[in-house]
Design a protein around this ligand. Sequence first.
Ligand code: NAP
Length: 311
Amino acid sequence: METYDLVIIGGGPAGMTAAIYGARAALKTLIIERGMPGGQAATTFEIANYPGFPQGTTGPDLAMAMFEQAQNMGAEFLNGEITAMDLQGELKKIEVGSTTVLGKTVILATGSEPRKLGVPGENKFRGRGVSYCATCDGAFFKDKDVVVVGGGDAAVEEGLYLTRFARKVTIVHRRDKLRANAAAQRRAFANEKISFVWNTVVEEILGDISVTGVRVKNLEKEAKGEPSESVLNTDGVFIYIGQIPNVEFFPDSLKRTPEGYIETDEHLRTNIPGVFAAGDVRDTVLRQLVTATADGAIAAMSALHYLESKE
Ligand code: NAP
């Protein structure tokens, strides 16, 4: 059974940056990742807003570069699903199938994933008109029409952001009231480029090579027995119906928000001594590559200080 100074769970940008900082500080460092390195970032084809790449880069290229950098620093990788973990006590125990590793510190960097609509066409047109990230993909929709699905802060704020590029932004919401904060609502209602389609759900995303429209259903009309289905023509669909943090196997004793995100202090310490959280899985205000990598650095340095305080 191998013992590490630092075990990082999740090999996205937060986890890999934590590994770069941890290994460079001479901590014996392991990253456990269930899929390919890179997390959500690796699934974004074009990344235009990560500093240092004036021509942009691609998610897979950036992920592989981070992976290589972490390995060059001496971090080890273990590919597999966590099957159990015990984070209490001085040595944290993590099981990956039949392999057990021990960590003096642990950084939880498992990320989150966008909640899916689960309608036909959603997966097929992902990256070809269907997006979960206006900051990443909004610029591709210059002078085009886009639909935003959802009624929370993300849908309204990202809908507002999309008006910088798009000719028209149509927010489709399943109720007749937004959940978003009042200030964002006021700005959206005052914005000439934004219109709302209320009490309506998306049933299918339509397209040929890329998205051409969405088939929608008006729930009020349906309840009255009136014809309720129609097609909205659009070039893109931005889905903002919430995020799901990846928190399987985390103990109940780990303090989390009602939505499941891990609560930390500004040193990214969780309520469990020696356990830190970084990136999208953390309760935070911005979920971007650049904030995830910053989190990774802070969490690794906090882990180092924790270990030093024990010497
Ligand atoms: P959210 O607040 O959970 O809102 C999700 C929205 O999607 C709700 O309006 C909900 O409708 C709708 N929805 C959920 N499931 C749906 C489905 N299956 N079909 C159709 N509509 C569905 O999520 P969020 O806007 O992503 O925000 C997440 C957290 O980040 C919140 O705490 C938010 O305050 C915070 N935040 C995000 C941003 C941002 O991303 N720009 C900015 C500031 C704060 P109902 O209203 O009917 O439930």
